[in-house]
Design a binder for this molecule. Structure first.
Ligand SMILES: Cc1cc2nc3c(=O)[nH]c(=O)nc-3n(C[C@H](O)[C@H](O)[C@H](O)COP(=O)(O)OP(=O)(O)OC[C@H]3O[C@@H](n4cnc5c(N)ncnc54)[C@H](O)[C@@H]3O)c2cc1C
Length: 469
């Protein structure tokens, strides 16, 4: 294609201005690479923004200060145990190895304040590791990334400009992309990153790849329609774990909010319509979604007490929950039963049985977190199962480059976040808290660095050396 055919030329084209895309854009642009980010929505409109912003890492300054030991190897072992060894073990280990660099990059270069969550761990964690922006929400994360990137002189961010499809030469090497609502713009690029997340908002793809999730409410952004995954497939990319997703079992249907995941870890329980517990309440909230959907009426009531309320009260999403009106308060368990039309005698028996288990240090459903008996005043919210995001996608190597089924690379093409195959194996039970942002931000950082390395090597230029290795 002749150069005059191009509307825009850039070194690094990033399709999707969410967590992965902005992290990659920033990591490359801070090294002097000219970067253009295309974003479908207005400014940003991504899952990273509405997430709790929990980023897992090992060996950080925050963990050292809190006296928390735990290595990247242990973190990787936890992730692989949770997904039954189904995920690419080398990729899991590499993302865990780089997780400390990721936190350093966010704090020191992006300028994002972060706090280690010491309130509670998550199912499958052998040590505390979730690092959050203030308020435990992704808003500050995405705003800081956007600001840090766009203040660089070689950075461009085009909102309301969707990517439309990849352009490749006769060898199948990517040379750019079409963009705009009708694909009217032709953009030439040395390297292209697909960072348009997964296909949570695409019912047709859900029905094909994850039928059980197609029946669930979707709580992610409507922009994530699987574009990058489809374009990669069209170019002959390999895909893995397309049936993988993060479920969410604590969603307050009709209120646009959810219980925060600390609640069951701190001792909260769930009962069904019959006022009975039905499973191990402190299992991962992803697989819990499936369990809730199997209950009569497809709902459950989450119950906790004032001690737990006071611990989680500062979290942004908990304040949302309170403001939404989904949370009910009652001085006695009988009054709480009445508020949710449950049998009061049965709910009292369920509570007494649970509290007796806490006192004895063992639980009939095998839950591990038994910190303290629940006592009034009580709080409750009706929850249901939902789809948060998909985790399967294009197969990438340890530099986030897209592979074909024969192991060869599609030249110049990278993928990360929900567009790449994640680290959760198949189904919803392999998802471990933090897997989403670890692969989004981690692969973004890795892709951005690698693009900068490659362009520097190709030009023999003095693009600055990476700070993290
Ligand atoms: C409610 C909720 C809570 C969560 N909490 C956590 C958490 O605390 N920790 C964790 O690890 N994970 C969490 N996750 C998962 C996490 O949010 C995702 O895994 C992660 O944000 C994915 O990042 P991404 O960059 O791939 O996608 P996104 O951040 O969603 O960004 C994708 C961007 O691509 C844009 N886009 C889509 N198509 C196109 C196109 N054709 N052209 C241009 N732009 C396009 C979208 O508009 C969007 O801005 C949560 C998810 C949800 C829904």
């Amino acid at each position: 294609m002749a150069a005059m055919d191009w509307d825009v030329e850039t070194q690094f084209l990033v399709i999707g201005g969410g967590g992965c895309g902005l992290m990659a854009a920033f990591a490359a642009a801070r090294r002097g690479v000219e970067v253009l980010v295309l974003e479908k929505s207005r400014r940003v409109g991504c899952n990273t923004e509405i997430a709790s912003g929990s980023i897992p890492a090992a060996g950080t300054r925050f963990q050292h200060a809190a006296g928390i030991a735990g290595t990247a190897e242990q973190m990787a072992d936890d992730i692989l145990r949770k997904n039954g060894g189904q995920a690419d073990a080398q990729l899991v280990r590499e993302l865990c190895r780089r997780s400390g660099d990721l936190i350093d990059l966010l704090v020191d270069e992006v300028g994002l304040p972060m706090v280690l969550n010491t309130d509670a761990g998550r199912a499958g964690f052998s040590f505390l590791r979730l690092h959050n922006p203030p308020g435990r929400t992704g808003g500050p994360l995405i705003q800081s990334l956007h600001e840090a990137f766009t203040r660089l002189p070689n950075a461009s961010f085009a909102d309301e400009t969707p990517g439309f499809g990849l352009l490749a030469d006769e060898r199948g090497a990517v040379i750019g992309a079409r963009a705009g609502v009708q694909g009217e713009l032709r953009i030439r690029a040395d390297k292209v990153l697909l960072a348009s997340d997964g296909f949570g908002a695409n019912r047709e793809m859900l029905r094909r790849y994850i039928p059980e999730a197609a029946e669930m409410e979707y709580i992610g952004t409507g922009n994530n329609t699987g574009d990058g995954v489809r374009w990669g497939l069209e170019l002959g990319a390999a895909v893995d774990h397309l049936g993988s997703y993060q479920g969410h079992g604590y969603v307050c249907a009709g209120y646009g909010t959810r219980l925060v995941p600390e609640i069951p870890q701190l001792g909260g329980i769930f009962v069904n319509q019959g006022a009975e517990r039905f499973t191990c309440d402190d299992q991962g909230y992803s697989e819990f979604a499936r369990e809730v959907m199997a209950q009569p009426g497809r709902f459950s009531i989450g119950i906790f007490d004032q001690r737990i309320y006071d611990i989680v009260a500062p979290a942004h999403h908990f304040r949302d929950l309170v403001a939404s009106g989904a949370l009910r308060r009652a001085d006695t368990i009988e009054a709480l039963a009445q508020a949710f039309r449950l049998d009061a005698v049965k709910l009292r028996a369920t509570l007494d049985d649970y509290n007796a288990g806490v006192a004895a240090g063992r639980d009939r459903f095998g839950r591990k977190a038994l910190p303290a008996p629940l006592q009034g005043p009580f709080y409750g919210a009706k929850v249901s199962g939902a789809l948060a995001h998909t985790q399967g996608g294009l197969r990438v190597d340890l530099k986030a480059r897209v592979r074909r089924p024969d192991g060869s690379l599609i030249p110049n093409l990278y993928a990360g976040g929900g567009t790449a195959a994640g680290i959760s194996g198949d189904g919803c039970e392999g998802y471990m808290s933090g897997n989403g942002l670890l692969s989004a931000l981690g692969l973004g950082m890795i892709a951005g660095e690698h693009v900068a390395d490659e362009l520097a090597a190709a030009s023999g230029s003095g693009l600055a050396a990476p700070s993290f290795r």
